[in-house]
Design a protein around this ligand. Structure first.
Ligand code: FAD
Length: 421
């Protein structure tokens, strides 16, 4: 296949790899530049909502998702002090019928490997930390920390919450601290036989919340313990969490939580930050995707799915129109893809690329802004014990309502026709 555009994706996280897959499927020549010396296992479990899984299934990853992810049968809110079940929300076939695709919990390393293995060999260039880029008449020039350079027709900044590409496009911003941090880790389920391997569990106490969900076929449980702490401000995926402090925070809780905490051998601690939504995230031949574009708090469990949705819309906008209006024949995307193979540097092709990236941002930014702002007060934060220590079903239904519109969304459906160049 003749490559259409040469696309540089900076950042080989979930968003960057998903973008590379979606763009490669459209016939573009994609290179992913990742700062880490190699693509390595990192992180713990994460959520992949139906809005993300339906896209990965369409891209041919359904079988691997079923093999590596867990489809939780339900979500349970349990009492923090005596441990009894307060509310249960079924999530299996019911969720599938409601949202049209499965809900998965999956280890980040498994999803990352699955995406990396789906790319043509040589796509990912590890050990490339982007330092700066410049737009030239002939495209974009990337400069890396090791002194090497690369050129591309389009640059996608998928370089995470501390994005260099975002800083260059939109200027410096201030991370907004939530006042909370999360201890995260993985425990083998046979260490805590009292806990189920097929259920999302939440215990919401007066001063902390514990969330537990299965990964790796239910053989392991991911825990996320969210605690208020104005002093812990390290926005890092790798900072160690102190196990004595974790145990002290959950002293006095029910025996299931205490045995879980006692089984933890290693934990990371992650201060929870987001950023204000950006007013713009594309300029010329450069745009942003995933956490670089819309870093959000984890309470809706949407970091991965929103990045996958971005990838789908971006690939559409850089391709010939496949949206609801096929009569929009002279679309920006069509112009961006066809002539660009020969001369992406021609002014008309450059304008068409910019229009395609504008169209992508125009579709995605209002949606991700809603998710980003909604995450601030949503999810398990809604669950608080009543004065008598119980949790009401009303709170659970508002929690589900908060995420329903997000999980029902099909990012590839109803894409508007793209503007003419
Ligand atoms: P990220 O996943 O943050 O990926 C960004 C990538 O860009 C990283 O690989 C980074 O090394 C690379 N990068 C950054 N700057 C540069 C540069 N200048 N040049 C080249 N490459 C660069 N979320 C969870 O819910 N649970 C977890 O356990 C979890 N663990 C994580 C562990 C790590 C190491 C990372 C990086 C992220 C983790 N996340 C986790 C976040 C989650 O992956 C994202 O919120 C979501 O998947 C969106 O991904 P993203 O690709 O936009 O950003």
């Amino acid at each position: 296949m003749v490559p259409k555009l040469r696309i540089a994706v900076v950042g080989g996280g979930i968003g960057g790899l998903a973008a590379a897959l979606a763009l490669t499927r459209k016939g573009h020549e994609v290179r992913v530049y990742e700062q880490a010396p190699e693509l390595r296992e990192a992180g713990v479990g994460m959520h992949l909502g139906p809005n993300g899984s339906r896209l990965l299934e369409r891209w041919g990853l359904g079988e691997r998702l079923r093999a590596l992810g867990v489809r939780p049968a339900g979500m349970e809110v349990r009492d923090w002090s005596h441990g009894g079940t307060l509310v249960r929300q079924p999530m299996g076939e019911e969720w599938l019928a409601e949202f049209g695709a499965p809900y998965y919990t999956i280890h980040r390393a498994d999803l990352h490997t699955m995406l990396a293995e789906s790319l043509p060999s040589g796509t990912v260039r590890a050990g490339h930390r982007l330092e700066r880029f410049t737009e030239t008449g002939g495209g974009v020039r990337l400069e890396f920390a090791d002194g090497s350079t690369a050129g591309a027709d389009v640059l996608i900044g998928a370089d995470g919450a501390h994005s260099v590409v975002r800083r260059t496009l939109a200027g410096p911003d201030t991370a907004v601290f939530s006042g909370q941090s999360a201890f995260r880790g993985v425990v083998a389920r046979d260490q805590v036989p009292g806990l189920p391997g097929d259920t999302l569990l939440v215990w919401a106490g007066p001063d902390a919340r514990m969330l537990v969900y299965p990964v790796r076929g239910g053989r392991f449980l991911t825990f996320v313990a969210v605690v208020p702490d104005p002093r812990w401000r390290l926005e890092s995926w790798s900072a160690p969490g102190d196990l004595d402090e974790l145990a002290a925070r959950f002293d006095g809780w029910n025996t299931d939580v205490k045995s879980l905490v006692a089984a933890v051998r290693e934990s990371r601690r992650w201060a929870l930050y987001d950023r204000e939504p950006l007013a713009r995230w594309s300029a010329g031949a450069v745009t942003l995707l995933g956490d670089a574009a819309h870093p959000m708090l984890p309470h809706h469990g949407q970091g991965v799915s929103q990045a996958v949705e971005d990838a789908a819309v971006l690939a559409h906008c850089l391709d010939a129109p496949t949206g609801p209006d096929p009569s929009a024949s002279v679309s920006a995307a069509a112009a961006a893809s066809a002539p660009a193979a020969a001369a992406a540097s021609a002014p008309a092709a450059r304008r068409a690329i910019a229009a395609a990236l504008d169209a992508y941002e125009g579709v995605r930014r209002p949606h991700t802004t809603r998710v980003q702002l909604g995450s601030r007060g949503g999810g398990s934060q809604r669950l608080r014990p009543d004065e008598d220590g119980t949790e009401s079903t009303g709170t659970m239904s508002s929690l589900v309502e908060d995420v329903s519109w997000i999980q029902r969304h099909d990012a590839e459906a109803g894409l508007p026709p793209l503007p003419p160049p």
